[in-house]
Design a binder for this molecule. Sequence first.
Ligand code: NDP
Length: 250
Amino acid sequence: MIKEQFTKFEPKVDAFKDKVIFITGATDGIGRSLAIEAAKLGGKVILSGRNKERLESIYDEITALSNSIPTIAQLDFETADSEQYSSLADSIDLNFKSIDCLIHCAGILGDRSSIEQYNPGVWQKVLHVNLTAPFVLTQALLPYLKQSKQPSIIFTSSGVGQIGKAFWGAYSVSKFGTEALSQILCEELGHTAARVNCVNPGAVKTKMRLAAYPAENRDRLRKPEEILSPYLYLISDESNGITGKCLHAQ
Ligand code: NDP
């Protein structure tokens, strides 16, 4: 039934007017496409990524395509320390006071190898970037999300976040953790207006998918802009009351 709601969901022009939307992984793939669409719908997007040039490139693209002026929040999830998270929170406090939506799209694949062969250093990095950093960022931004009337937190999961499959190693474990983090936070915020959900985007034509399946025919894959409806629905006020779910884009 929720699938019906988000597949039929057609946001009105300016649907996200006045909404402050923080997007990680905004420099590529799904996050980049979502940042452009959210800005076109009037959202004030905060673009989070690790690379200054790539952030400036998406900033320029958004200002050329919409009336929205984005904000850049440069943060490398691999190396960010508590001081950087706290200075990010200070700048949100100063410039926005509240955040309506936090969307976690950043992620890395790591190795596609067996547990027996898996490199422990890569394992640690994948769990850090995909799971620990989103937790720390969410914790840092929660005070500002709580200032919104209808806050929405969206994590990006995966098919291997619900079913363990051979050779998906740390990536799969990080996505199981993401689903758990989302469900725990949903319960803990149950007494508030906040909704917390996951999106499983399915197979999408991005550099991560190419790295995971280098030999597959890419023409059959959906492009990032074709799988955005569950994200757009969860940003919008039409999804009020929807919490603790994992929405599948395909
Ligand atoms: P991409 O590889 O295209 O984009 C990943 C994004 O994460 C990029 O913006 C990248 O930045 C950013 N990122 C990577 N490392 C860091 C870091 N250390 N600090 C901050 N940002 C970082 O991947 P997708 O768009 O495909 O993936 C988006 C989400 O969707 C991920 O969570 C992924 O797990 C999930 N997903 C994707 C599927 C698919 O088929 N594509 C299927 C299921 C889930 P930079 O531009 O600097 O590299």
